[in-house]
Design a protein around this ligand. Structure first.
Ligand SMILES: C[S@@+](CC[C@H](N)C(=O)[O-])C[C@H]1O[C@@H](n2cnc3c(N)ncnc32)[C@H](O)[C@@H]1O
Ligand SMILES: [Zn+2]
Length: 269
């Protein structure tokens, strides 16, 4: 059962109209589309999203969605992530907080199993985790509940290119290792545009994405597929700066151990 504040904050991803909610579904007040609520997680991943994609973009997204669901239980045990996590966590929290700010509403777009979201929860009154892998979100929910953060958390099953949130609703937005998995430059631009749209003026952002560095050159190609059919793209410094800065003004751009770029700043206004 969704709480009042959770229903209040959600919008139809197609026309951003308000939703009315029952226990098992939400309905758009404008287009009448119905969105399921699966085990307490509102789901906005619907087949009509396909028409907003080129065929190859859609096939790549479907392939990643399936792979993320299948691999959800293994994600937290990946060796590379375990090694980089402590430093990444410290740098990302610091980058997002700027001058030590605390936030009302903070969202992580592409939160997966909650590896970072559990830490973001310390910084905000309310946290929203968005991901298109329902199985990852179920693990994330367990993790947030075990940490006693369940009541202040809203998990949303949605495509990051079509966020079911109103304009300017967030005090802070984070995205860790998501953008490299969007399978075209057009979709990477769209994800950044969506993050900028839902962030309020003056709100903080921190966005990370794979770094094309000496380390990652050694372990693979600039662009390719991970196990199970997960598309990735590794960015040069200039590529990552250009991508983020086209939508949100980058104040700081640092590499986390040669593994990911981390861009941060505040939305103008
Ligand atoms: C590398 S994982 C990172 C997860 C988490 N942010 C972390 O740092 O541990 C990338 C996540 O992005 C999600 N994802 C990829 N493309 C997405 C999209 N278009 N919309 C929503 N989630 C997406 C995947 O399901 C996956 O959970
Ligand atoms: Zn609608």
């Amino acid at each position: 059962m969704l709480q009042g504040w959770q229903i209040e904050i959600l919008r139809c991803p197609f026309d951003r109209s308000r939703l009315s909610a029952g226990d098992r579904a939400m309905e758009c007040s404008h287009c009448g589309r119905m969105f399921a609520v699966v085990e307490g997680i509102p789901s906005f991943v619907t087949p009509d999203l396909a028409t907003a994609h080129a065929l190859e973009e859609w096939l790549n997204k479907q392939s990643e969605m399936q792979a993320r669901d299948t691999q959800a239980r293994q994600y937290d045990h990946l060796l590379g992530l375990a090694l980089v996590s402590p430093v990444e966590k410290r740098m990302t929290l610091r980058a997002l907080q700027g001058r030590g700010e605390r936030f009302g509403v903070l969202a992580e777009i592409g939160c997966g199993t909650g590896r970072m979201l559990q830490h973001f929860a310390r910084l905000a009154d309310v946290v929203i985790g968005v991901d298109f892998s329902l199985e990852s979100l179920k693990i994330c929910r367990q993790r947030m509940e075990m940490a006693g953060k369940g009541d202040k958390t809203l998990l949303v099953h949605a495509d990051a290119c079509f966020l079911p949130l109103p304009d300017g609703v967030l005090d802070a937005v984070a995205s860790c290792q998501l953008v490299e998995h969007l399978p075209s430059d057009r979709l990477r631009q769209q994800v950044l545009a969506e993050m900028a749209r839902v962030l309020k003026h003056g709100g903080r952002f921190a966005v990370s994405g794979y770094h094309w560095s000496w380390l990652t050159r050694w372990s693979g190609a600039k662009q390719g597929m991970h196990r199970g059919g997960i598309y990735y793209y590794r960015f040069t410094r200039e590529e990552f700066h250009t991508l983020v800065n086209a939508h949100l003004p980058v104040e700081s751009l640092r590499s986390v151990l040669g593994y990911v770029w981390l861009a941060s700043g505040s939305k103008e206004g």
